[in-house]
Every structure is written in structure tokens, then in C-alpha cells.
Ligand binder design. Structure first.
Ligand code: PBG
Length: 324
């Protein structure tokens, strides 16, 4: 094929030609909407670093869930912010913990929507790390027990899927075992396999009040410079029983998403994280970018790279526009 016989512009002539040959379509059915739950009643507190996102009490989470369902969204991803934090992250696996209450509230009123829960300890520990801390370091195996306990407690409260994000070695196996032993073998695990130690989580840490009080997460989250290691991490999680694999963040890691899609055949999720959202929001607020167009281009890029599922703070807004 060569010019002048072949002219690519022929099929770009108008929107109907473009639609006809479009290769990547974003579907509401593939979007997951993250929400932040706090205690209290009637709370809907704006998150300054994430315009358009809120910390909400259970009653408002239920309201938001109804709207998400009306928009055709299949799934939510819940993060909890407990009233009290401690060294052992007790709030993560408490029977009446904030997430457990939110799951029940949603399941009582909008049972069809899938409730996915983040399985991590950083929102619940006084030091803000994702596991148990001893002498300044995060213990792996001791943390597994608490992560398994957390996932089990969430599933027992009615969660449809658990999503471990702590980046402890062996966490998927520990959670799979705990679920299976308790007759919850039907609950799938969406594993944050390749989760990088990223500065793009900055705004989330304000939203979830989960910034580490000392040091950083580089001793457990992945080095942004590595790609082969992502493949090893995904292989490990698959061997441990992951049902959906994940790469996170998304936009600065499209090469990892692409590689994961080529090498593995499990459903692949990508997390369009807080920083990716906030920087476009900020630029849009300054009048430097068109938010709607930038959002769709971003989501399209993530899907084109190979993600089957996109976790995004734009989920509701994207659904609204896609349904128009
Ligand atoms: C919990 C967790 C984090 C995110 C998702 N789960 C924060 C972190 O690892 O520090 C980040 C999500 C986002 O930035 O949108 N471990």
C-alpha cells in the first residue's frame, strides 16, 4: 500500500467513516468507580486534591451507588477511612468497620451493583504503611494474616470481589486460602499485581488519609524503572489464584499494560489513579485542557494499550456522557 493509491484520509473524512473503522470503544460495562467511605451521617466532604470526588458517609455512598447503577455502571471499588487508626489496623477487619457497614448499606438497597473492596491496611494503621511495622520496617508474613482477615471480613459482609493492594508477597494465596476455608470459594480476587511506588498516588493519600508517617513504600511497591519484574509479579499472583490481574498506575505505564495483555490471558484491569485524574482536572480548571476530550482520550489510550477493565474516578462522568 502506497500513496497515491492508498490514502488513509479517505476513511477519516467524516464521523461516520471514523466510527466505522474505530478500533477501540470504551464501554460503561468495563468501568469501575472508586469511592471513599467515612463515618457519620450526611457527610459529603469534597477532596480538595481531587475536584469532583468526595469522602462520603454510608447514607451518601448508598445514594451515589443508586446514581452509579442508573448510569449503568457494573461495579464500585470501596476504600474506607476509619474513625480510629492503630498499629494493627483493627478497623480493617472489624465486624462493624466502616467498609463492612458500607457493604451492608449498599447490599440492602442496591444489591445488583458489584462491590469490590480494597484490601490494604494503610488507611487503618496509625503509621500509614500497608502492613505491620516492626523496627521501622514493614513485615511481610505477619501482614499476610491481617490482609487475609480483612478480605475475609469484607467478603463475609457481602463484598462481591476483593482487591488486595498492599504488595505483600504471598497476599493473593493467603487471601484465597482464607476465603476457601470459609466457603467463599466463589469470591474472585482482583490482584494489584504490578503496583508501582508512584508519586501519582499523592492526591489519593489525602482522600484516604493514608500517607505513610515515615519513609515511603519503595520496600514493597515496585520500582517504576522495571518492566520484566511486572511480568514476574503477575505470574506469581496468577499462580496464587488471581482472577483478574492489574497494572497500576495506568497512563505512565501503558507499556506495562500492553506487555501484560500480550503475555497473559486473564482479564486485565488498569487503575487510572488519583494523580492522573487530578492533573487533568487542574489543567481543565485553569482552562488549559478540555476535560471531557482529555478524559476520553486517556480512557481510550488505556483501553487501546490492552486494559479490559478501567478503574477511574471519571467512571460516573464518563458513563453519563457515553449514555447521552
Ligand atoms: C492502598 C492504595 C493506594 C491506592 C490504591 N490503593 C495508595 C497507595 O498505595 O499509597 C492509590 C490509588 C490512587 O492514587 O488513585 N494501598
Amino acid at each position: 500500500m502506497q500513496f497515491p493509491d492508498y490514502r488513509p484520509r479517505r476513511l477519516r473524512k467524516n464521523e461516520n467513516f471514523r466510527r466505522l473503522v474505530r478500533e477501540t470503544i470504551i464501554s460503561v460495562g468495563n468501568l469501575v468507580y472508586p469511592l471513599f467511605v467515612v463515618g457519620g451521617k450526611g457527610v459529603k466532604k469534597p477532596i480538595a486534591s481531587m475536584p469532583g470526588q468526595f469522602q462520603m458517609s454510608v447514607d451518601n455512598i448508598v445514594k451515589e451507588t443508586r446514581e452509579a447503577k442508573t448510569a449503568g455502571m457494573p461495579a464500585l471499588l470501596l476504600f474506607g477511612i476509619p474513625d480510629k487508626k492503630d498499629e494493627k489496623a483493627s478497623g480493617a477487619y472489624a465486624k462493624d468497620g466502616i467498609i463492612q457497614q458500607a457493604i451492608k448499606g449498599i447490599k440492602d438497597t442496591v444489591p445488583e451493583i458489584l462491590v469490590i473492596t480494597d484490601v490494604c491496611l494503610c488507611e487503618y494503621t496509625s503509621h500509614g504503611h500497608c502492613g505491620i511495622v516492626e523496627n521501622g520496617s514493614v513485615l511481610n508474613d505477619a501482614s499476610l494474616e491481617l490482609l487475609a482477615k480483612t478480605a475475609l471480613s469484607q467478603a463475609q459482609a457481602g463484598a462481591d470481589m476483593v482487591a488486595p493492594s498492599a504488595m505483600m508477597d504471598g497476599q493473593v494465596a493467603a487471601i484465597r486460602e482464607a476465603l476457601d476455608e470459609n466457603a467463599l470459594e466463589d469470591i474472585p480476587i482482583m490482584a494489584y499485581c504490578a503496583k508501582y511506588a508512584s508519586a501519582f498516588y499523592g492526591p489519593f493519600r489525602e482522600a484516604a488519609e493514608s500517607a505513610p508517617q515515615f519513609g515511603d513504600r519503595k520496600a514493597y511497591q515496585m520500582d517504576p524503572a522495571n518492566s520484566d519484574e511486572a511480568i514476574r509479579e503477575i505470574s506469581l499472583d496468577m499462580a496464587e489464584g488471581a482472577d483478574i490481574i492489574m497494572v497500576k498506575p495506568a497512563l505512565p505505564y501503558l507499556d506495562i499494560i500492553y506487555r501484560a495483555k500480550q503475555e497473559f490471558d486473564l482479564p486485565l484491569a488498569a487503575y487510572n489513579v488519583s494523580g492522573e485524574y487530578s492533573m487533568i482536572k487542574a489543567a481543565a480548571q485553569a482552562g488549559w485542557l478540555d476535560e471531557e476530550k482529555t478524559m476520553f482520550e486517556t480512557l481510550t489510550a488505556i483501553k487501546r494499550a490492552g486494559a479490559d477493565i478501567i478503574i477511574t474516578y471519571w467512571a460516573k462522568e464518563a458513563a453519563r456522557l457515553l449514555n447521552k
